[in-house]
Write a protein that binds this ligand. Sequence first.
Ligand SMILES: NC(=O)c1ccc[n+]([C@@H]2O[C@H](COP(=O)([O-])OP(=O)(O)OC[C@H]3O[C@@H](n4cnc5c(N)ncnc54)[C@H](OP(=O)(O)O)[C@@H]3O)[C@@H](O)[C@H]2O)c1
Length: 342
Amino acid sequence: MTLKVFLTGASGYIGGEVLNQISRLDASHHVRCLVRDKGKGAAIKETYQKVEVVEGDLDDASLIESEAKAADVVLHLASTRHEVSTRAIVKGLNDTGRQKAGYWLQISGASMFAGPQMKAGTYGEAEGKTYDDIADVEEIRAVIRASPGRIVDNLVLDQDQEQVKTALVPGPIIYGKGRGPGNTRTVQGPAIAEYTIKNGESFQVGKGENVWSTIHVADIAKLFVSLLSAAADGKNDVWNEDRIFLPENGQIAFGKFARLISKAARDQDLIKSDNIKSLSGKEIDQVVPHGSIILGTNAKLSSSRAQKYLDWKPTEVSLEEDIPRMVAEEAERLRDGNKSTS
Ligand SMILES: NC(=O)c1ccc[n+]([C@@H]2O[C@H](COP(=O)([O-])OP(=O)(O)OC[C@H]3O[C@@H](n4cnc5c(N)ncnc54)[C@H](OP(=O)(O)O)[C@@H]3O)[C@@H](O)[C@H]2O)c1
């Protein structure tokens, strides 16, 4: 079945990769993308002729509501936390004039599991369990419900699955080069690589024993596309109260992450020292926005749901294998004068 899809974040890292994969499907869904920048909209149109660009901002509530109302599927990939746009999507998908239930696929962040460490200020320590998205789903829901500030995640859980079929996908460390028409660069690995190249040595937060799960951008995008295809095929078992899909292909401690980045930088003659500096949570926040959270906490996931219901499996290279490429790309970006990668 061909679907009407409304997608946000098409000029971004995750949304761009998802758009790229949708464009390769045999099914030709009608895709409308919200884009705030005219130039980026033109680039999207040039690359994907069949895609329609809707010029607008996430704060344009009435526009987003009407797009969501007209869509079969909303892929909200621009932001994990933007309340205005999310409430507008909820309103549009719950409109009483709709002929059939719509679908809402939402990006989220695995920092949802870092709450206790953020509260205690224990950064760089190995803490917490690995959450499995089938075995631990009740606990994961309780984690979200205990964080009313995570408004978007809570709104997903609030939806009646008969009216709006939802899937929440909290991303862990996402890595790899995106293939979208805009930003192709992720956050955590490049932030460590940038510091390493600029300072001649790498860093970890505290003891560097904290661990996050990892996923390649093409694999998390494939999960969104599998959800889209499940909607198109009318696969009903996917859409139930549990609705949380944790994507991962392994875990890495940030101390090891720093050592591998340091080694790649030395192998590429970018730095000489193999020293790994230890920074406190406060110090890293001065260097990387929210660094203590995204580089100093633990967020460990286990993907069972997508494998069971969507036959999804990660197939891309591991983070470890991608690090030399990522470091080389970061060095090039810094030589080019900090231009964002696209
Ligand atoms: N990358 C990761 O490792 C990761 C992991 C988990 C969760 N996340 C979260 O997932 C979300 C998307 O991440 P990303 O890496 O794809 O980010 P990104 O590359 O910065 O892309 C963000 C996208 O959203 C668009 N956007 C942002 N604000 C907008 C606004 N006010 N109006 C219209 N469009 C707007 C951007 O448009 P412009 O091109 O015009 O800026 C861009 O297309 C973020 O909330 C991020 O925190 C990221």
